[in-house]
Design a protein around this ligand. Structure first.
Ligand SMILES: Nc1ncnc2c1ncn2[C@@H]1O[C@H](COP(=O)(O)OP(=O)(O)O)[C@@H](O)[C@H]1O
Ligand SMILES: [Mg+2]
Length: 377
């Protein structure tokens, strides 16, 4: 393939063996390190648009004027290399209006860099929960559109892509907002392909405190329903304008989902709504909160799938509240666990670190599941 513009020197092609670990596919554009260095002004600090757990993300402008987000990954850590490969393998060939587009990558020498379309309004975390200067005043229709768009993106990953993709890290900082404040799911670094014929994967836990489904946090049991749980937490954050990881509500220091549940039980559901939101249709917002509660139920099989969630959010359906069961909550750093269906105590999930789980506690712990790795927000 010949040279193309913007410093891109071609697409990866089959047999085009640029990476010893076989990232090769024919759908991503390959950038030279020099092209990305000049696009970002030599990775100039003021061009930094985000700092995640594994490095810094820069804004860049390609030679043709296209704006991009450039994410160099550390190659010193195994994690960086793994994330690079996972992301390319998972999103290079899927396109959807609610998923961020991977434009290309650089795999020159030791450099492993991902290049995405640039999203004007950064992340939902910065718009909703960030510092005052970065916050964007989101009205109800914008918040509702963010919930619906994110649900649609997840439903696509779960139900339409083959094999299905479980994102594993659905949270506000991984939801990017475009010029119209519509959402795109990003950061597929720890996503997993999920073949149709398996009921669950037993895996090391990776994800973010505050968003982890209890069965996954404690036992490493991964199903699509772990994403459904995280999505439910996200919806509560969007409606309340509060951060699920930092917040402790009421005298009992409840986490967001417990607080929402208690308010529902007391018939005071609307108290969870962000005081900044002054105008909203009460019956619709109540439905959204209930959908979030359906998503965060303790027993994963009781949670709806993402297609059902899209329906519940977009159609004027009446939800049967009698079917709602208590949320499951995994609390790091404590041995308390408020799932209604389980008596196990939680393992201590800390910031990046390793925890040995006592396999004798439960027969459903896979013996290979001995490590817990949770990323800070
Ligand atoms: N395409 C993009 N457009 C705009 N901002 C982005 C883009 N990609 C990432 N960011 C910013 O960088 C942050 C970290 O990016 P992310 O891909 O989630 O990296 P990490 O793996 O380190 O969490 C995001 O929360 C967001 O603020
Ligand atoms: Mg991220």
């Amino acid at each position: 393939m010949g040279c193309s513009c913007f410093g891109v020197f071609g697409r990866l092609q089959e047999g085009n063996d640029i990476d010893p670990q076989g990232i090769v596919n024919n759908r991503v554009r390959l950038f030279t390190y020099n092209a990305l260095r000049s696009a970002t002004g030599h990775f100039h600090p003021p061009n930094k648009i985000g700092g995640g757990s594994f490095g810094v993300v820069y804004k860049g402008v390609l030679r043709d004027g296209t704006r991009v987000a450039v994410k160099p990954l550390s190659t010193e850590s195994k994690q960086g290399t793994k994330e690079f490969l996972t992301e390319i393998n998972i999103i290079s060939d899927i396109k959807h209006q609610n998923l961020v587009e991977l434009i290309g990558c650089c795999a020159e020498g030791n450099h492993r860099i991902l290049v995405y379309e640039y999203l004007e309004n950064n992340s939902l975390a910065s718009a909703l929960l960030g510092s005052k200067s970065k916050q964007i005043n989101l009205d109800w229709s914008q918040r509702a559109a963010i919930c619906k768009g994110t649900a649609t993106g997840l439903a696509f990953l779960h139900e339409e892509v083959e094999p299905s993709v479980v994102h594993r890290d659905v949270k506000a900082s991984n939801i990017l907002l475009d010029d119209n404040l519509l959402p795109k799911i990003s950061d597929f670094g720890i996503a997993k392909l999920f073949p149709d014929n398996v009921t669950h994967l037993s895996t090391r836990v990776a994800g973010t405190v505050g968003y982890l489904a209890p069965e996954y946090a404690m036992f490493g049991q991964l199903t699509k329903k772990a994403d459904v749980y995280s999505f439910g937490v996200l919806v509560l954050e969007i409606i309340s304008g509060r951060n699920s990881a930092n917040a402790a509500f009421g005298e009992e220091m409840l986490v967001l989902v417990e607080w929402a549940w208690n308010l529902k039980e007391e018939g005071r559901l609307l108290e969870i709504v962000d005081p900044e939101l002054t105008e909203y249709p009460e019956h619709v917002i109540q439905r959204f909160i209930k959908v979030a509660l359906f998503c965060t139920q303790s027993a994963s099989h009781q949670r709806p799938d993402m297609k059902q969630v899209v329906e519940m959010l977009t159609k004027e359906v009446t939800l049967n509240e009698d079917l709602l069961t208590k949320p499951g909550v995994h609390k790091p750093h404590t041995s308390r666990q408020s799932t209604s269906g389980s008596s196990q105590t939680s393992s201590s999930v800390g910031n990046i670190g390793k925890t040995t789980v006592n396999a004798s506690r439960s027969t459903i712990i896979d013996s290979s599941f001995v490590e817990t790795e949770v990323l800070p927000r």
